[in-house]
Write a protein that binds this ligand. Structure first.
Ligand code: SF4
Ligand code: SF4
Length: 175
């Protein structure tokens, strides 16, 4: 890293060297995320349902996630992406949504977690080789475990709102 690039945030350095998390990820958009984004943008075309495959598929180790995020056909609501794979909210200077409107999944990245809490290890996708000497990944991303745990708890609390969502008749008893 040169002195010219030392002050550039890690996510910008990341975007200059490779595809970022906003360009390669399938982002679950919860029922409450959907409401917040719709209110902020006035849009309704920002999500779609896609069957989860491979790493995205649910496991039995996280029952609330498996049972509430996914429909019986294995699909879950995710942010729509452009033809090139980029999230439709990705702008030239990063995410165009304010933090309090971004899907909780985005806010939590690169934490890994389940219904019981945050896991000790962070996701391996961030380019730690681009960090400054002595920098930690959480420091570079301006994140803390305390705030992440709050968002994780909110994510699992809001999973329950799927039961009332218009797209989730599968979670309600047949009339
Ligand atoms: S969070 Fe990690 S993968 Fe995403 S843009 Fe920032 S450095 Fe890159
Ligand atoms: S909503 Fe924002 S943070 Fe989340 S994937 Fe899209 S551009 Fe990235």
């Amino acid at each position: 890293m040169t002195s010219d690039t030392a002050d550039i945030p890690l996510c910008v350095r990341c975007s200059r060297s490779r595809k970022t998390c906003c360009q390669v990820s399938e982002i679950y958009c919860g029922a409450a995320d959907k409401q917040r984004i719709a209110e902020y943008t006035g849009r309704t075309d920002f999500y779609t349902f896609v069957v989860a495959e491979g790493d995205w598929a649910p496991g039995d180790d996280d029952p609330p996630w498996r049972d509430l995020a996914f429909r019986p056909d294995g699909s879950r609501r995710i942010l729509a992406r452009r033809a090139d794979g980029d999230c439709t909210f990705l702008g030239s200077a990063g995410c165009t949504l304010p933090m309090e409107t971004r899907p909780l999944i985005c806010r939590l990245y690169p934490f890994d977690y389940d219904h019981q809490g945050l896991r000790p290890q962070l996701s391996h996708h961030c380019p730690t080789q681009l960090m400054k000497p002595g920098e930690t990944l959480l420091g570079a991303l301006d994140m803390t475990r305390e705030v992440a745990e709050r968002w994780r708890a909110q994510l699992y609390r809001e999973l329950e709102l799927e039961r009332d969502d218009e797209d989730r008749a599968d979670l309600r008893p047949a009339q």
